[in-house]
Design a protein around this ligand. Structure first.
Ligand code: KG4
Ligand code: ZN
Length: 345
């Protein structure tokens, strides 16, 4: 079964064709990072307009890279939630139109589910039951899956997402957007023990990341001998390269420590065979290394290939394939709803 997967929930316009959920025939991603980085974050109106320009060329490229025509496609899957409304509208409208014009079965897909399924594209397929840490710019959740169509959110952030926290700390340190890769790069020359940042005490399997961002801000102000009223945008220019590296390394180590601790607690209470990373932050090398250290003796450890960690169409097609195998029925493309927020279903 060949599925065309379309993704436009944030700042990547992407389309891919995947056979039987695991064989990637093509994968095209046009990123808007260069456009948004000058603003220090994603501007929703600009994102939607850029998707409009990119969506048709990206879909055509995915078909031509796979040497297929639309007649060879058995199903169309598209991200319909969660995400930026204007961005979601562009991808879903394109997908609905193609589905209607060519009478192709149509499957709206949840973005976080798709991130988990990026692991099925990487050769080391997870085993059920599994625990997935969905760590992206918009979400931080621990999800327990007993089988393909079973998603149970057992932990979630009460405020910022972990990727959002990387992005905000990067901004304080004067590093570019997106903050995750910039922090990881700066941290290479830094001392992760230089600054002590507190681990938030949040009950159950929930997270809180807004406090650690404020803790970095206060530590930077203190290191520079400046009052806490100093605006954050005035700090970066005063920091030396070594200070930036040490703050980046200390923050990265603390954020990852928070995540690993919660995953260990989750693994004590849930009989998982695999521990799975998903979402943009799963590209972080230190996180992968620490996850291996914590779990490789007791669990299968899985993470997506770097190119499938951040948003792409292949993961959308893979998620749709396995939900079809589990009995999911096509949706009427004339009556699709999009939604900026929604829990995984
Ligand atoms: O999954 P994604 O592409 O988009 C969302 O669904 O949000 O994730 C983007 C997030 C951004 O916050 C970015 O800073 C973070 O993933 N990210 C990273 C790394 N690469 C991307 N965070 C930490 N380390 C990285 N290497
Ligand atoms: Zn994403």
């Amino acid at each position: 079964m060949r599925i065309l997967g379309i993704e436009s929930s944030c700042d990547e316009t992407a389309a891919a064709i995947v056979e039987d959920g695991v064989n990637i025939l093509s994968n095209v991603v046009v990123s808007q990072i260069d456009i948004h980085s000058s603003y220090g974050g994603v501007i929703p109106e600009i994102a939607a307009r850029s998707h409009i320009e990119a969506i048709n060329p990206v879909i055509n490229q995915a078909l031509s890279d796979a040497k297929l025509s639309i007649k060879d496609i058995d199903a169309i899957a598209v991200t319909h939630t969660p995400g930026l409304v204007g961005s979601l509208l562009v991808g879903t409208l394109a997908a609905r139109t193609i589905a209607i014009l060519n009478s192709i079965p149509f499957y709206p897909t949840h973005h976080l589910k798709s991130h988990i399924y990026a692991n099925w594209l990487s050769g080391n397929q997870p085993e059920f039951p599994l625990l997935a840490a969905v760590v992206s710019g918009g979400h931080t959740q621990i999800i327990y899956m007993e089988r393909h169509d079973h998603f149970e959110i057992i932990g979630t952030t009460r405020d910022d997402a972990i990727g959002e926290c990387f992005d905000k700390v990067a901004k304080i340190l004067g590093l570019p957007y997106p903050g995750g890769p910039a922090i990881a790069k700066a941290a290479i020359n830094g001392d992760p023990k230089k600054y002590h940042l507190p681990i938030p005490q949040v009950s159950d399997l929930d997270f809180s990341f807004s406090g650690i961002k404020t803790a970095v801000l206060r530590a930077v102000q203190k290191d520079l001998n400046l009052p806490i009223t100093t605006p954050s945008h005035e700090l970066a220019a005063k920091l030396s390269n070594q200070q930036i590296a040490d703050f980046a390394a200390s923050f990265q180590a603390t954020a990852i420590n928070i995540l690993i601790r919660k995953l260990k607690t989750a693994a004590e209470t849930h009989p998982a065979k695999s521990i799975v990373l998903a979402g943009g932050v799963s590209a972080n090398q230190l996180l992968r290394t620490e996850l291996e250290k914590a779990f490789s003796k007791t669990h299968q450890v899985c993470y997506p290939k770097p190119e499938y960690s951040t948003d792409n169409g292949a993961m959308v097609a893979s998620a749709a394939y396995f939900s079809i195998q589990a009995g999911d029925q096509p949706t009427d493309p004339y009556s699709l709803d999009i939604s900026p927020r929604s829990a995984i279903y």
